[in-house]
Design a protein around this ligand. Structure first.
Ligand SMILES: [Zn+2]
Ligand SMILES: [Zn+2]
Length: 167
């Protein structure tokens, strides 16, 4: 959903935006498997524009421990300040607590949330907090079955060395 700067400054009470139902785009956002859902509030703040709200999306991820694909949920809370007087080619400016972004004519609300959701993707996602992972010796998924490998033989190279020593 796009809102023009004009619309924002003509709405003293702000503009409420419901995020829902748009199809996730192809490409770099392919991890998103649901539409971005949430609610946002856009309002004039001095000569600037404040976008705040929250959004959720379902993502396809690969567990860092057991390597299984699973569906996770990512949520973000956003509060960002835009300045129509900033030229896009100058980039943003840091002011006190806030980073101020340029705003060129209109604000693409959903795109702002999509960027935040992408940044919130965990680098090492876990299918569940206590995922037991794969056995480093035999590769079995220890969530499914215990393979009986001894903890002493955790490193297969060490296990080989030990066998040499015995022989
Ligand atoms: Zn896992
Ligand atoms: Zn094992």
């Amino acid at each position: 959903m796009r809102i023009t700067v004009q619309e924002i400054f003509q709405a003293p009470a702000g503009v409420a935006v419901e995020l829902r139902g748009s199809v996730p785009p192809e490409g770099e956002d392919a991890v998103f498997i649901s539409p971005v859902r949430g609610r946002a509030w856009v309002r004039a703040e001095g000569g600037r524009v404040r976008l705040s709200g929250e959004a959720t999306v379902e993502v396809r991820q690969t567990c860092a421990r057991c390597l299984r694909e699973f569906v996770g949920t990512i949520s973000v809370q956003v509060s960002e300040l835009f300045d129509p007087a900033l030229r896009p080619e100058w980039g943003g400016a840091l002011e006190e607590e806030d980073f101020v972004f340029p705003l060129d004519g209109e604000l693409d609300v959903e795109e702002v949330f999509r960027q935040h959701l992408l940044l919130a993707l965990p680098h090492a996602p876990l299918c569940r907090p206590d995922c037991a992972g794969l056995c480093p010796v035999c590769g079995a998924d220890r969530n499914v079955a215990s393979c009986g490998c001894t903890p002493l033989a955790r490193d297969p190279r060490l296990a080989l060395l030990e066998r040499f020593r015995v022989e």
